[in-house]
Ligand binder design. Sequence first.
Ligand code: FAD
Ligand code: UDP
Length: 374
Amino acid sequence: MLTNHYDYLIVGSGLFGATFAYRAKQAGRTCLVIDKRPHLGGNVYCEQVEGINVHKYGAHIFHTNNKQVWDFVNGIVPFNRYTNCPVANYKGELYNLPFNMNTFHQMWGVVTPAEAEAKIAEQRAAALAALNGREPQNLEEQALCLVGRDIYEKLIKGYTEKQWGRPCAELPAFIIRRLPVRMVYNNNYFNDAYQGIPIGGYNRLIEGLLEGVDTQVNTDFFADREKWEAVADKIVFTGKIDEYYNYCFGKLDYRTVRFETETIDTANYQGNAVINYTDRETPYTRVIEHKHFESFGQAVYDNPKTIISREYSTEWQDGMEPFYPINDDKNSALYEQYKQLADQETNVIFGGRLAEYKYYDMAPIIEKVMTLSV
Ligand code: FAD
Ligand code: UDP
């Protein structure tokens, strides 16, 4: 029986809801956070297995250029120095990512940046000639212009088509534009000034944000909507925006990932947190070995077991986790219809990945919450 009346009902305890609750609490407001899952934390939640934090909803690496965001999260829980350096496995050939001097050396045997630049120029020439001055229209054209055919065929095509379930020629060019191409020997996947994993895992971050806030799990807002709408002056809604409006304009589409998680009796299975399988035939896109996010050097061997997850990218259907919004023309137009309704609400704030139908990384979520008045 709920006896309190709150300033805010926050639907969803992911990073958006938890950060909002933290800021509201700091400002003297009262909040109730509900979540339909059996745990708090949304997609950053980790499950402890064999003493290892398993990223249950996919590998999460925090990275940002924003010092205010970095100081904010480190004020809740200190972060470690994990640096993401994924390796690509193409039919047994290994390549460093992102595309950098190590990759070019492995691909073509080149040693100096001048040699690599000459090789890439030679590889790009055909693609640029085919464009004849116009902008790349799709991911395939964009990738061929950026790095040429060898890298496209071995490191991009298969991975991307598995990840998105569509041919590269039918995908938007912007997806690949964010991948860095570097003429230095540097395997750090991100260009940001700060990156890491919370020491002790992401649950510590969520626990710190929600300390002193009333929470209730296994609670779906839509199971008793009227009751929940009456419990607070305002609602912060971080669930699916189309569901909030009863799918009145139709359903938004997503991509999702199925995880096949396995405990293995070895201390160090693949020697890295992330290995991408970039050929088309291997059915999974990546294998994550979770212990490498939080143990380094000799400490890897302190635990004789390890946990890995194979990631299978799949089309989303009802009942699955809606992970990646599909920002194509059809879905973007549909979202705009819902957004027009949302913009008219005076007592509901829509925020986060599902409510804004936007592929947010973690740091921009926090940045966004920092701009809101509580
Ligand atoms: P969520 O974490 O999805 O939280 C929403 C919450 O609302 C959920 O807990 C859900 O159960 C709850 N909810 C929904 N509907 C209801 C309802 N009706 N009633 C009650 N509760 C409800 N970001 C990075 O910065 N680095 C990464 O490496 C990275 N990797 C990622 C990998 C994957 C596979 C995915 C999917 C995302 C990744 N992200 C990464 C993005 C990151 O997960 C998001 O930025 C962040 O988790 C979004 O937080 P959120 O609060 O908006 O959403
Ligand atoms: N990508 C690729 N090969 C790789 C890794 C990434 O072709 O080994 C492409 C793929 O199209 C992917 C895009 O680069 O969608 C962005 O990759 P990133 O790892 O940034 O995507 P995320 O999984 O974080 O969305």
